[in-house]
Design a protein around this ligand. Structure first.
Ligand SMILES: *[C@@H]1O[C@H](CO)[C@@H](O)[C@H](O)[C@H]1NC(C)=O
Ligand SMILES: *[C@@H]1O[C@H](CO)[C@@H](O)[C@H](O)[C@H]1NC(C)=O
Ligand SMILES: *[C@@H]1O[C@H](CO)[C@@H](O)[C@H](O)[C@H]1NC(C)=O
Length: 172
């Protein structure tokens, strides 16, 4: 009986920390956007998650920009989406953030800083990242671990609840 409890405890422990993360691949320091047209945003995630998010453009150098809405209610399972970049948004130091659709302060992922180039600039040729999680190959695949910081899309509430419940069962 105790063994089963310990196994359940370990499973709950793993579930708590095996939470999905989203990483923004494009745009990045390497992949600029072009003003006045639709641009592709691409992300990866480690575990299937269906929590929709909003996409905002931010740039601390442009005070008036604040959080410029690019997309709303995006399904993470799409892996990518096109966003329209305004004609006048030409500068460096932009970032995009993926946020809770109801609460912009709850940020799921932040891109690297990137540049938006003037309309007419040739769009960048994207390299589609290949799923090589081992990191031992020398292929020119995109190393997602360096592309962006990311935050967990889950809150840890459920896993923590399970953990506490199981601890209670074991101890009493
Ligand atoms: C998103 O990526 C996952 C993992 O690479 C893949 O299984 C899935 O089919 C992709 N979704 C779409 C809509 O392309
Ligand atoms: C929005 O999210 C932040 C951070 O997660 C939280 O502190 C705040 O209470 C939330 N606001 C609302 C209205 O839910
Ligand atoms: C941006 O450039 C494209 C051609 O590259 C042109 O068709 C389009 O009208 C331009 N957009 C604006 C808002 O000028």
């Amino acid at each position: 009986m105790r063994i089963i409890q310990i196994i359940l405890f370990l499973l709950a422990f793993i579930a708590t920390f095996a939470s999905a993360t989203i990483q923004i691949i494009y745009p990045s320091a390497q992949y600029y956007l072009v003003a006045g047209q639709a641009n592709e945003v691409l992300w990866t995630k480690e575990i299937t998650d269906t929590t929709a998010f909003s996409i905002f453009l931010i740039n601390s150098k442009i005070v008036d920009l604040k959080e410029f809405a690019l997309a709303n209610n995006v399904d993470p399972r799409l892996n990518k989406t096109d966003v329209l970049i305004g004609q006048n948004l030409v500068n460096t130091g932009f970032q995009i953030i993926f946020t809770d659709i109801g609460n912009i302060t709850n940020i799921y992922a932040t891109s690297e800083p990137f540049e938006i180039k003037p309309n007419g600039t040739a769009p960048i040729a994207y390299v589609t990242p290949t799923p090589t999680p081992t990191g031992t190959s020398n292929s020119p695949s995109v190393d997602t671990s360096k592309k962006s910081s990311s935050n967990s899309i889950h809150n840890y509430g459920f896993g923590t609840l399970v953990l506490i419940t199981l601890l209670t069962i074991i101890l009493f």
